[in-house]
Ligand binder design. Sequence first.
Ligand code: PEP
Length: 270
Amino acid sequence: MNSNRTPLLAANWKMNHHWENCEQYCAALRENLPEYFGASADNPAVVAPGVELAIFPPLPYLSLIYRLLEDSTIFLGSQDVSRYEEGAFTGEVSSLMLSDVGCDYCLLGHSERRDMLGETDADVALKLKRLQQAEVMPVICVGESRAQREAGRAVEHTLAQLSELKDELGSFDLGGFVIAYEPIWAIGTGHNASPQDAQEMAAAIRTWLRDSLNDELADSTLLLYGGSVSPDNIRPYLECPDIDGALIGGSSLDADKYAQMARIALELAG
Ligand code: PEP
């Protein structure tokens, strides 16, 4: 972590949890992380602790979680957005709709969507534009397969994903975004990238941002590590100078574990 960037722990629930779990989950966060709660009409500006938390529930529960966390400084994220702005696109949800229901973040290009649902770089680019127009912060997911890592092509592949996205965007004026480095072979498998490998990748991404975009984005962009992160292994990732938090799937489904990880991040953030 670097004191110039506020770390982020993003909880990706995927297609898990139901209405009643949402209530229990938020109640557990309230109990375990009281410093994130307490905003009111009289006191809207509760000082946010030094670590940002964001919950990415399934789409139908966004408004419920928003209401349950209304008096907190915990952010809300969507797992996906439509590439289209508005119109006859049955089943789609636009970036403005996400903004309307209080979404601050949205995942883009998660490997589960790329591999199982056919999401392409062109889709990711269009979605990124839509999100930035609606002022919802994109969390762009990139990372290599096991075969690419074993062939020594992990960094090359991951940077190529970013370059393809940049090419797709053309002259689009890139605003802020978060990048999550998620080696595909580490997602939901219990096999992590070592903190050294994750740091090497994060440093390479930061250099790419500097060389291909600009110094400001290189210095300010949050780089997350994702892939089987848990309370038992999160600490060394957060100690890496170029890693600014984590994108957490399985372990974030348990509010107590998520709160434990937040505690570790808060301790390191000082
Ligand atoms: C993810 O869903 O982005 C993820 C990293 O999942 P997990 O933590 O379960 O590996």
